[in-house]
Design a protein around this ligand. Structure first.
Ligand code: ZN
Ligand code: ZN
Length: 263
């Protein structure tokens, strides 16, 4: 499996992806908002884009569909419940559905509500899995729930699905928010040296060659995976003095998500 991360350079800091079968050159484009850059990358490498997956229905993920279909005839796939919000869908995805790309690549659809209620992540069936996580999981952060999402579902997606994937899973998010998110981590957990090291390393990185994190690293630097951390919990009590004595991890997650909204 070849993964090409395409940096759009737009104001929303979107990442688009091409996932390619190295044997046949067939490619699947994830959220190809910058269809021109995606098409240029495919052309340069001799790849044929035959499928598009939208992780969810927001315009900064679907905005390139029409031009991409016009240029390639690619089939359009997305969460089956997105059919009324994404025009021209050819295939609706449910949890566990497998998408084949060429002869060698298999991607499994995960039903991951929270950022929106019809959001899929794709997990590659490869020795080192890759997770294409749209706006659900970001490097060192979590998606917001402002536009059609629910923080309770986002929490369930994190604990029931994402946290259970192998630590070596590579994380391919829909946006480049890593620097901002690491600053939030350090605000909540000032002594997190791993987050500080990572921030020092990435703060002036070229987004065309962005660092790819693993889930194991995320568990060290992503506040939304660190719900039992005593520093995070103590800091949360300073911000919200009325929290109950017994704090469950769901409340910690929801309060962190709330803080991040206005941070
Ligand atoms: Zn979104
Ligand atoms: Zn987005």
């Amino acid at each position: 499996m070849i993964v090409e991360q395409v940096w759009t350079g737009n104001a929303y800091r979107n990442f688009n992806y091409l996932i390619v079968c190295p044997e046949t050159g067939e490619a699947l484009a994830i959220d190809p908002l910058d269809h021109e850059k995606c098409l240029a990358a495919a052309k340069q490498n001799g790849w044929q884009i035959t499928q598009i997956v939208n992780t969810h229905e927001h315009g900064d993920h679907t905005g390139g569909n029409q031009a991409m279909v016009a240029a390639t005839g690619a089939k359009l796939l997305a969460h089956r419940n997105a059919k009324d919000s994404i025009p021209g869908m050819d295939r609706g995805l449910a949890a566990g559905d497998v998408i084949r790309v060429g002869r060698t690549v298999e991607l499994e659809a995960l039903d991951t509500p929270g950022h929106t209620m019809s959001h899929v992540c794709l997990l590659s069936h490869t020795e080192t899995p890759g997770l294409f996580c749209g706006d659900t999981l970001f490097n060192a952060g979590a998606g917001n729930c402002h536009n059609g999402g629910h923080p309770h579902e986002l929490y369930q997606t994190f604990v029931d699905q994402l946290a259970k994937l192998p630590d070596k899973t590579l994380i391919y998010p829909g946006h480049d928010y890593i620097a901002n998110n690491l600053n939030f981590t350090l605000d909540r957990e000032p002594g997190n040296t791993r987050a500080q090291e990572l921030l020092d390393r990435i703060f002036d990185q070229d987004a065309n060659n962005a660092m790819i994190t693993s889930l194991g690293l995320e568990k060290e630097v992503n506040t939304f995976f660190r719900l039992h951390n005593p520093v995070i919990v103590a800091r949360l009590r300073e911000t919200f003095p009325d929290l109950p004595d017994e704090l469950d991890e769901k409340t910690v997650f929801l309060k962190l998500r709330e803080l991040r909204n206005s941070w």
